[in-house]
Design a protein around this ligand. Structure first.
Ligand code: NDP
Length: 443
């Protein structure tokens, strides 16, 4: 049995039925197994198996009252995967599809992503199976407060610093932070993504989407090319998608799509900067921002479709995990796609990723391409610790440098026989940092 097969066998027995988690482990293990096998200390300390197990999983019940004074019960989790290189850090997701497998995969990926930023931050993820859709603001607030009553036992500025993720934006972070501060009588950087008036950082809202486009620019520059005039297909209509679209347009690309769980809005002429700014500004007022955008500017709505059947140079999946499968990958390649950069976490299925690699399509995984968000969260933590606030331009400059550094690490670890494999580069660079810390800290 090969070392990879042994690991795969062991991991499958440890995590039965946790498909997303096993998928994330396999993707990384395949790329790093040779590095592991070639290093005696890594083998002696069994670093690969240990890195595949979360240090801690906290599972709790969230009980709260809806507007009709009825009791509602949800499940909440915090997966603290690895604190090897710094306090646990990673977002909170509120979505009916949230379960332990999904949060374990997200926490695992987060460790590698955070390691790639070069900052001293560990990896975690959390959330609840709460669906905020159709809930009043008062209900969302009461849910956040009830969630924090449980979570607050396990977090702190030097222990675990949660942030936002799907359906957890500035509003929810405000409610969560207010409850934490109320309980602890402590103004600290325990959550990131806070409002600017209470310790938030400039560029945090924009960071993941902007960072994705800065990564695209770095990839293109490495090939002596420019973003100007390229056709970008974006999925999602949330924080990451909108800010990726905005920065793409600002840098001269043509963005032809946005999407949500109901379908895809195609706009072949390319959205204008002011269209996306309008959508960002008006999102809180519109349950379906894409319908509102179409009413305003036109375009074609494709019911229950993703953008992957459209013709584009660059695909930027920015909605959710496994949203781009093998059939989509084939359609994209038939239409001439050259670059796939993941704005969301693990949006491409394993088979789709394999197709792209087999056909020399440049594929940059989420753990590198969307690391801009957590990087600026790291800067929010250091600004909070130093009671200071840097300007928008300073932080934006730092974001550009961080994305370039991540790009260069992937080139260093992912180039073989003159060919670049960004996914392999990202996995190896992140793995080395975590494995070295594990060896240094002993059993
Ligand atoms: P938002 O909640 O702001 O937006 C999510 C978007 O994805 C919405 O348009 C939503 O549509 C769509 N979506 C969700 N589920 C599905 C689905 N099953 N099929 C199709 N569309 C879907 O989230 P973010 O933009 O913050 O996050 C998007 C992705 O980026 C996630 O994978 C997240 O983990 C990742 N990410 C986010 C970071 C951040 O800083 N926010 C940092 C790094 C990664 P609808 O409204 O119809 O549900």
């Amino acid at each position: 049995m090969s070392a990879y097969d042994k690991l795969e066998d062991w991991i499958s027995k440890q995590n039965p039925g946790q498909d997303e988690y096993l998928q994330a482990i396999r993707e990384i293990a395949r790329d790093v197994i040779d590095v592991y096998e070639a290093n005696e200390s890594y083998k002696k300390y069994d670093v690969l198996r240990r890195l595949c197990m979360p240090e801690r999983i906290i599972h709790f019940t969230v009980t709260w009252l809806n507007d009709n004074q009825e009791v509602e019960i949800n499940q909440g989790w915090r997966v603290q995967h690895s604190g090897l290189i710094g306090p646990y850090k990673g977002g909170l997701r509120f979505h009916p599809t949230v379960n332990e497998s999904i949060l374990k995969f997200l926490a695992f990926e987060q460790c590698f992503k955070n390691a790639l930023t070069g900052m001293p931050i560990g990896g975690a993820k959390g959330g609840a199976d709460f669906d905020p859709r159709g809930r009043s603001e008062a209900e969302v607030m009461r849910f956040c407060q009830a969630f924090m009553i449980e979570l607050q036992h396990h977090i702190g500025p030097n222990t675990d610093v949660p942030a936002g993720d799907i359906n957890v934006g500035a509003r929810e972070i405000g409610f969560l932070y207010g409850e934490y501060r109320g309980i602890h009588n402590l103004f600290s950087g325990t959550l990131t993504g806070k409002g600017l008036s209470f310790g938030g950082s400039h560029v945090r809202t924009e960071a993941t989407g902007f960072g994705l486009i800065y990564m695209l620019r770095a990839v293109l520059a490495h090939q002596g090319k420019k973003i100007n005039g390229l056709v970008l297909g974006v999925s999602g209509a949330g924080n990451v998608a909108m800010h990726a679209a905005l920065k793409g347009i600002q840098l001269g690309a043509k963005v032809i799509s946005l999407s949500n769980s109901r379908g895809c809005l195609e706009y072949p002429e390319g959205f204008r900067e002011q269209d996306i700014e309008w959508a960002i500004d008006n999102k809180p007022d519109h349950k379906n921002v894409l319908t509102a955008l179409q009413d305003k500017i036109g375009g074609t709505w494709h019911d229950n479709k993703t953008p992957w059947h459209l013709k584009m140079d660059v695909a930027l999946p920015c909605a959710t995990q496994n949203e781009l499968d093998e059939t989509d990958a084939k359609a994209l390649m038939q239409n001439g796609v050259n670059y796939v950069l993941e704005g969301a976490n693990m949006p491409c299925t394993d088979e789709a990723r394999q197709r792209f690699e087999d056909n020399q399509i440049v594929y940059v995984p989420g753990k590198a391409a969307n690391a801009g968000g957590v990087a600026i969260s790291g800067l929010e933590m250091s600004q909070n610790a130093g009671f200071q606030r840097d300007s928008f331009d300073q932080i934006d400059e730092s974001l550009q440098q961080i994305m370039q550094t991540i790009h260069d690490q992937m080139i260093e670890d992912g180039t073989k026989d003159g060919k670049v494999n960004y996914a392999r580069g990202a996995n190896i660079a992140g793995f080395r940092r975590l494995a070295d810390a594990m060896v240094a800290q002993g059993i």
